[in-house]
Design a protein around this ligand. Structure first.
Ligand SMILES: C[S@@+](CC[C@H](N)C(=O)[O-])C[C@H]1O[C@@H](n2cnc3c(N)ncnc32)[C@H](O)[C@@H]1O
Length: 293
């Protein structure tokens, strides 16, 4: 006798619950829905339908992976960010909803610059899946973007995501250690760099610690290494009236602001994430202090 959708969903939920996965029922639904290409509503309305042996085997294999704490979206190989379907790969961070706050904060600046200049050049440092840059390009049609990363795997994934979402013509990639291999100036510099203190990385949830790449998480002893590197060179790569948008850790607002203020920028805007934590800083040049950059 073949399994029904209902039976497989219950079996999956119970297996995940048994190993202590929070939200086991939801994870089971998302896995089955993603694997079979059914909406969450269809899982309910078609619950009595039989599932083929091959599909049942795929579902059981995916549930076994989730039981070892691999995140649902990594198992499915993609996730949604700002309305874009983004492929994930070994060396890409799974984009987080909190990062949408950074995109939301920057869209008005990108729009304003594009309207004023007839275009807007964006650089996304540490682009990963391309999430931030691609979301900005999807939102402002006159914008163009360069995504950089230290990881070739991430850059290949970002290019594929640009292609999948019809943005490839306005998106380029370059392998670079922060600004190391970058030339020229940009209207918007954006980054969600690794910002977790090295000694905290081992304490993160297994879903993050075991499956997000270390290079996407570890920000050095005080979590600020990447901000220091970006702040040091940003002045040489920012257009006169450009802005810098950064994602930050919940307790890093003062420290990151101080690093950029020391390099001749001032905070233009800050924003909190969905949980009310400090998450975004936007800087502009401090024109009173800049002489010769
Ligand atoms: C926190 S992840 C952010 C990924 C993506 N921008 C996002 O928001 O989902 C940080 C990214 O920085 C990249 N990275 C780490 N060190 C780097 C470096 N020295 N130069 C450039 N990129 C780096 C990582 O490979 C990773 O893709």
């Amino acid at each position: 006798m073949s399994d029904t959708l209902d039976r497989l969903l219950a079996e999956s939920r119970d297996r995940l619950k048994a190993v202590g996965i929070d939200g086991a029922a939801l994870d089971a639904r998302h896995l089955v829905s993603g694997l079979l290409g059914l909406s969450l509503a269809e899982l309910v309305t078609r619950g009595g339908e039989a599932v083929s042996e091959a599909d049942a085997a795929r579902i059981r294999a995916a549930v076994a992976r989730r039981a070892t704490r691999e995140p649902v979206n990594r198992i499915l190989g993609e996730r949604e960010f700002f309305g874009l379907a983004l492929k994930l790969s070994k060396e890409t961070l799974e984009p987080r909803p909190d990062t949408e706050t950074l995109v939301d904060s920057l869209i008005p600046y990108v729009r304003q610059i594009a309207a004023h200049k007839g275009g807007c050049r964006i650089i996304d440092l540490g682009t990963g899946t391309g999430a931030i840059c691609l979301a900005l390009l999807a939102s402002v049609l006159d914008a163009r973007g360069l995504g950089t990363d230290i990881s070739e795997d991430a850059l290949a994934t970002a290019r594929e995501n640009a292609d999948r979402n019809g943005l490839a013509e306005r998106f380029e990639t370059r392998r670079s250690n922060w600004f190391g291999a970058v030339e020229g100036r940009f209207d918007v510099i954006v980054s969600n760099p690794p910002y977790i203190r090295s000694n905290i990385v081992d304490e993160l949830e297994p879903e993050v610690r075991l499956y997000d790449p270390a290079a996407a998480l570890d920000g050095g002893n005080d979590g600020l290494d990447a901000y220091r590197a970006i702040a040091r060179d940003a002045g040489r790569h920012l257009e006169r009236d450009g802005v810098i948008g950064l994602e930050i850790g919940f307790d890093q607002k003062q420290a990151v602001a101080a690093l950029f203020e020391a390099e001749g920028f001032r905070v233009l805007q800050s924003a909190t994430d969905l949980g009310g934590n400090d998450r975004v800083l936007v800087f502009e040049r401090d024109v009173d202090r800049i002489i010769n950059r």
